[in-house]
Design a binder for this molecule. Structure first.
Ligand SMILES: [Zn+2]
Length: 335
């Protein structure tokens, strides 16, 4: 009877097969049933066997929230942070140096900051973490494992940070915060106005400000002096060149933003290409287009500069597809 059960389950998948091997090693029909039962209950607690089979079998429940919460009361985290009020002229690196942390840790304590587009405005209060990492707001359903996976930091590292007050069985409390040592937070992404917001606006020429690009992209400047490439913490490419150099539209489209951007881009132009793509041209010294204007691939739209969160004359160029930042090098023929 038991052998039939195990044999039948074996055809359902490899994972159940593992359970079957464990059962045979124990050589006890009673244990066999218990192991298969444990696997199903522990893996998914589902009434439907198919769902249980799709779930992992080798479950380590040691790090899950307490099985019987009513009988266990843990300690909530006890963090102590420094609050720093941004002064005129502050930069991310300058503030980080002041406290002996990395600039990315400013993001770790302040979710709305990012390196390229930042909220480092005079008078804003920043949370300064005591060590490099991310301060994670515990959400319902979070587990140590899910937090570990989210930031790519081992569970032991999180548990090992004493102020997190994590002790077996590692219960997490919503509305508290866990410091994840060494983690780096996702960067804040500023979203320009959608094309809809300029639809119908008069451009003064009676032209409807909607056009679809060619789908090909050209370099916005002649220089290939790359100073920063697309990576996790930088959503575009930086190309250094002298101030006042012509910037051209990478493809045909409609200007959706042209002006000063408070999130670090400085003087910024955004072109919506009407096909899901948008291109960004940042830190400009001059802007020669207006929102709602149609531009064609290769048209001069402005001039390079050193405005916003910029440490030297360069252009910051972004390509977004359906709002998601993508590597511009893939579109302009390599970098
Ligand atoms: Zn940049």
């Amino acid at each position: 009877m038991v052998l039939l059960l195990v044999g039948g389950l074996l055809v359902l998948g490899w994972r159940v097969g593992v359970a079957g091997r464990v059962a045979r090693a124990n050589e006890s029909p009673v244990v066999t049933t218990a192991v298969v039962g444990d696997v199903i209950v522990g893996a998914a607690a589902a009434a439907e066997p198919v769902a249980a089979i799709n779930a992992p079998v080798l479950v380590d429940i040691a790090l899950a929230p307490a099985a019987i919460p009513q009988t266990f009361v843990g300690h909530k985290p006890e963090h102590s942070f420094t609050i720093y009020r941004v002064e005129r002229g502050d930069t991310p690196n300058g503030i980080a140096d002041k406290f002996g942390i990395q600039a990315t840790t400013l993001l770790g304590g302040n979710p709305l900051l990012s390196e390229e587009s930042n909220l480092l405005q005079t008078g804003v209060d920043l949370v300064i973490l005591p060590i490099d990492g991310v301060l994670h707001d515990v959400q319902p359903g979070d587990t140590l494992e899910s937090i570990s996976e989210k930031y790519g930091i081992p569970v032991e590292t999180i548990v090992g940070y004493a102020p997190n007050n994590l002790e077996f069985p590692y219960r997490l409390y919503p509305e508290t915060q866990i410091l994840v040592p060494g983690a780096v937070r996702d960067v804040f992404v500023w979203t320009p106005p959608s094309l809809e917001s300029v639809r119908g606006r008069s451009t003064g020429s009676g032209v409807t400000p909607l056009i679809v690009g060619t789908g090909t992209f050209i370099y916005p400047v002649n220089s290939r002096n790359f100073t920063q490439y697309f990576w996790y913490g930088h959503p575009g490419i930086d190309i250094a060149l002298g101030e006042g150099t012509s910037v051209v539209a990478s493809d045909t489209g409609t200007v959706t933003f042209a002006g000063w951007n408070i999130y670090g881009y400085g003087n910024l132009i955004v072109i919506n290409h009407g096909n899901g793509y948008e291109t960004f041209y940042a830190h400009l010294s001059g802007i020669s287009v207006v929102p709602g204007q149609i531009v064609y691939q290769g048209n001069v739209i402005g001039a390079t500069g050193n405005t916003g969160n910029s440490s030297g004359p360069h252009i910051h160029f972004e390509v977004r597809i359906n709002g998601a930042q993508d590597n511009p090098c893939w579109y302009v023929g390599g970098c």
